[in-house]
Write a protein that binds this ligand. Structure first.
Ligand SMILES: *[C@@H]1O[C@H](CO)[C@@H](O)[C@H](O)[C@H]1NC(C)=O
Ligand SMILES: *[C@@H]1O[C@H](CO)[C@@H](O)[C@H](O)[C@H]1NC(C)=O
Ligand SMILES: *[C@@H]1O[C@H](CO)[C@@H](O)[C@H](O)[C@H]1NC(C)=O
Ligand SMILES: *[C@@H]1O[C@H](CO)[C@@H](O)[C@H](O)[C@H]1NC(C)=O
Length: 168
């Protein structure tokens, strides 16, 4: 009995972390990356991935920390273009997952940030809270290896997560 409970909890955790498919309140967009409360590193990639559910979505994406805000993508691609985007079939409908690899500026300080997905078609903003770790300058090779290793694997894991829906 105890074993099956442990196995069940384990599978819940696995399925929760295996795939984020976060739907915005207006139900027009699914955000698969960045991960809610995910940790990313200045100077490295912030992977963005989204699936327009509704063809009317008009998307701007921002990275905001404190008073500072940067536009990652204005009028981001939301087209149903099978050449550049991964098709996903849900029931009988085909959707397209779009990906942007944004390199976080090295000047960004560590702290809490929001990745804001603004859908100007519905007038609704969706905020994905993330944390940034400070840039690690490559000049100090030993600290790069020591500090960057766990983060590098987190980024790799994220790109595996992004790849999953396209296999479905
Ligand atoms: C979008 O997300 C919702 C909620 O997670 C899910 O039910 C739906 O199947 C997703 N749609 C696509 C195309 O991924
Ligand atoms: C905003 O950016 C400036 C210049 O990069 C920096 O000095 C300041 O600390 C940042 N403020 C916040 C709240 O992150
Ligand atoms: C998908 O299409 C088939 C054949 O047209 C239909 O029988 C089925 O009900 C459809 N499923 C959904 C979920 O719309
Ligand atoms: C959505 O976020 C953008 C960027 O921060 C901002 O300019 C806009 O006013 C926000 N819109 C709403 C409805 O909050």
């Amino acid at each position: 009995m105890k074993f099956s409970i442990i196995a069940f909890v384990g599978s819940l955790i696995t399925s929760a972390s295996a795939l984020q498919n976060y739907q915005t309140a207006d139900k027009q967009l699914n955000i698969t990356s960045p991960l809610l409360h995910g940790t990313y590193v200045a100077g490295q990639i912030l992977p963005l991935s989204y699936i327009p559910i509704n063809s009317k979505v008009a998307l701007n994406i921002y990275l905001k920390g404190g008073d500072n805000e940067t536009a990652i993508a204005l009028d981001a691609d939301t087209s149903n273009d099978p050449t550049n985007n991964a098709p996903i079939k849900v029931d009988n409908a085909t959707y397209y997952q779009h990906s942007i690899n944004y390199v976080i500026p090295t000047t960004y300080s560590a702290g809490n940030y929001e990745c804001i997905f603004e859908n100007t078609a519905s007038g609704s903003n969706t905020s994905i809270p993330i944390s940034l770790l400070a840039y690690i300058p490559p000049s100090d090779a030993s600290s790069v290896i020591a500090t960057a290793a766990p983060t590098a694997s987190a980024v790799t894991e994220t790109s595996i997560l992004i790849a999953q829906p396209s296999k479905a």
